[in-house]
Design a protein around this ligand. Structure first.
Ligand code: IVH
Length: 697
């Protein structure tokens, strides 16, 4: 077909090569000579022109292209990037009243009166995926996805293809700046991408967020370049020096640097104003060009943000006020019972496919036995389902007028559907009430529990074995290859001796088997906290595992103490007294080690692995690693803030004074704890002394 008006392809390529050479020369002048010869804006314009050409002609791009210069060598997988400051998530609120409660919590933590001003920002919560962009002396040097919050994927090459993200910040600010924000696709962009997918006979994306994520996480950045991705900057990680002292000031600085910020952000003075802005944004939701799923409130003062800090993975100084869930109606075909790692029987509704808020839903949670009975949900019922953001869709309840005549109330099983053992509801000793969860009692013989435990063992926050995902574990278990954790580490050895080799299985080949064995090998040296978490002891989550690891230092020490705890004495008290480890946890730890079958499985496992000390807390504070007790009244800050601050600096805060206490901070009114400290010869500081100590004076 003759296209007389457009230039010949050869012209485009020549123009591309010339432009690439021109940009490379500017990069050299800037980086090597520190002597740029064009303005930032002019440079950015050249980069965008280059990107446009690359988007239209991905075939032009080669390893020398300026857009490919930064970032890891093209590899089969993305390299991992450790975030200098973790990327956290936000707590959610749903009801209007919770806005005032959120503000009240902050005031209480900071010891502020109702009359003290507490300005906050309100802005849309963008439904995309978060990304951290690292700028050094104004130049984009790395881009990473959130990943697990501590470590993300290096998507530098792909991010460089997003037109809205400057490769060089206006004014080339000196220092380090991790700009954080959301990569998203507009509703129109999403429709266009799906139309192209359909033309190419490929499956459509479920929603703009999935489309954005799928487009960014491409091994070939030419594909990313062909997708309409955009970016809003709303937060930061490392920022040295910091361009402003307020939330809105930081965002204004980002805007001056040439980043796109959301125009709907406003500064509010009260919970009522925040809620009013929520209503304004909610009213605009449908007509905005991009998807949002709520409104984010943030404390304006960065000094206060710092004082407020974080509770595990969410900041105290910010919250997401989510929009109400979207609902739909469909038929519940069947109630299926899943058996989890701890034997919990969880009912799941299998539904006729229905679209809720742009996503096709076929399964929904029914919570537990009592909920099914209370709502009288039956198989065959037409039910209302709802879905809010990322949470699992829920069945709200049946539409009784549409109930089939022959329907019968659902009878929850009292035997495990997988292993046939009795399934019981434990009675709480204190309240005398039955637990809401029914559990399979066959923990050692139940295949469902064994499989779930293995999945947990190999999962991301536990042993994190690549190539050993849920699907593979199910297969290996079914084939008798991996029945217990230790079997994972003997797999390669057994495979070498076996005639039926892994590499001959469907879905495998020599390369993928080698990779799996390497991944397993690499995890023989495992940080102690991950090992403890991997065991799946009831009520021992990631945080508890870290606390146990930190306290005991070695696995043997934990095991000895847990065993000794059988007679309930000092050993039990030692576990009980670890900060934030309660009686329930110490009971579960003891029960776990008291079970002979667990002991045997552990012995086998420990022959295969080498537990390593937990990663040390990187804190240079003079109080890092010290155990501190606060007693009496504090006058400069609330007890909660003092505790949070001490922990942030790597200290442990205990509730009572003992031999292991290093410092007692005593305020007016201190009594028995102060006396005990004196008896034990423990250092006692006033609140002012303490503040001076942590400042390093
Ligand atoms: S602030 C310390 N602001 O929501 C937390 N997050 O649920 C910093 N998100 O991972 C995040 N819009 O991906 C913030 N305006 C906004 C946001 C936003 C979307 C995402 C972000 C985060 C998630 C938390």
């Amino acid at each position: 077909m003759a296209r007389s008006k457009s230039p010949k392809p050869g012209d485009d390529e020549a123009a591309y090569r010339a432009l690439a050479a021109e940009i490379a020369e500017h990069d050299r002048r800037y980086h090597a000579e520190d002597a740029p010869t064009i303005s930032d804006a002019a440079y950015d314009a050249l980069r965008r022109k280059l990107e446009a050409l690359e988007a239209a002609h991905p075939e032009f791009v080669d390893a020398d292209s300026p857009s490919r210069k930064v970032g890891a060598a093209p590899s089969e997988k993305f390299a991992k990037v450790r975030h200098a400051i973790p990327m956290l998530s936000l707590g959610n609120i749903f009801a209007d009243e919770e806005v005032a409660e959120f503000c009240a919590r902050i005031r209480k933590f900071l010891g502020m009166d109702d009359s003290d001003p507490l300005p906050m920002t309100a802005e849309p919560k963008i439904d995309g995926l978060s990304c951290s962009l690292r700028y050094e002396d104004g130049a984009l040097v790395q881009a990473a996805t959130r990943g697990d919050g501590s470590e993300g994927e290096d998507v530098t090459a792909n991010v460089r293809t997003i037109g809205e993200i400057p490769h060089v910040l206006a004014g080339r600010p000196k220092g380090v700046l991790d700009v954080r924000g959301e990569i998203y696709m507009t509703k129109a962009g999403f429709a266009a991408v799906n139309a192209r997918q359909a033309e190419a006979g490929k499956p459509p994306f479920a929603n703009p967020r999935n489309a954005a994520a799928g487009s960014l996480r491409q091994l070939d950045s030419a594909i990313t370049a062909s997708r309409p991705l955009q970016f809003f900057a709303y937060a930061w990680g490392e920022a040295e020096p910091r361009p402003a002292q307020t939330q809105s000031g930081m965002i204004a600085a980002f805007k001056d640097y040439g980043l796109t910020t959301n125009p709907l952000m406003v500064l509010c003075d009260s919970a009522a104003e925040l809620l009013a802005q929520y209503r304004i944004i909610e009213a605009q939701r449908a007509s905005l060009p991009y998807d949002i799923d709520g409104v984010v409130y943030k404390v304006e003062s960065l000094a206060l943000q710092e004082r407020l800090g974080f509770i595990s993975r969410t900041p105290r100084w910010a919250v997401a006020h989510k929009f109400p869930a979207e609902r739909a109606t469909t038929v519940l075909r069947k109630i299926e019972i899943q058996v989890g790692r701890t034997g919990a029987l969880t009912p799941v509704a299998r539904l006729d496919p229905v679209t809720v808020g742009g996503v096709v839903v076929t399964n929904a949670t029914l919570h537990n036995e009592d909920e099914i009975a209370r709502k009288d949900i039956r198989e065959g019922d037409t039910v209302r389902v709802q879905r809010a953001g990322d949470v699992i869709p829920q069945v709200i309840g049946p539409i009784l007028e549409m109930r089939p005549a022959e329907s019968k109330p659902y009878v929850f099983p009292d035997i495990c559907p997988v292993c046939g053992s009795a399934a019981l509801r434990e009675i709480d000793e204190k309240t005398g009430k039955a637990d809401v969860v029914r559990r399979c009692t066959g923990s050692l013989i139940c295949p469902a529990q064994a499989i779930e435990r293995l999945k947990h063992f190999a999962s991301r926050n536990a042993f994190d074995i690549e190539g050993l995902g849920d699907k593979q574990i199910e297969q290996f278990y079914r084939d008798g290859l991996i029945m217990r954790p230790a079997d994972i580490f003997t797999l390669a050895q057994r495979d070498a001796r076996s005639l039926k080799k892994l590499k001959d299985r469907e879905g495998y080949g020599p390369a993928s088997v080698t990779k799996l064995f390497e991944a397993i090998e690499a995890r023989r040296a495992i940080p102690l906290n991950r090992l403890i978490f991997a065991l799946g002891i009831r009520h021992v989550g990631e945080g508890g595992s870290k606390r146990l690891a930190r306290h005991f230092g070695t696995f043997e020490k934990l095991r000895e103490t847990a065993r000794a705890a059988a007679d309930g004495t000092e050993a039990r008290a030692e576990i009980d007294n670890i900060q934030d480890i309660g009686g329930v946890v110490s009971e579960c730890v003891h029960d776990f080690f008291a079970e002979p079958h667990n002991e045997a499985a552990l012995d086998d496992l420990l022959r295969e692995i080498e537990p390593q000390p937990m990663e040390a807390i990187v804190s240079t504070s003079p109080v890092a690693g010290k155990t501190v007790v606060f007693t009496g009244a504090l006058e400069r800050m609330t007890r909660e803030e003092a505790k949070a601050q001490a922990e942030r600096l790597g200290a442990q805060v205990a509730g009572s004074v003992s031999k292991t206490t290093d410092i007692v901070v005593a305020g007016p009114g201190a009594g028995s704890k102060l006396k005990k400290a004196a008896e034990l010869g423990i250092e006692v500081l006033s609140e002012d002394d303490w503040l001076a100590r942590i400042k390093g004076d």
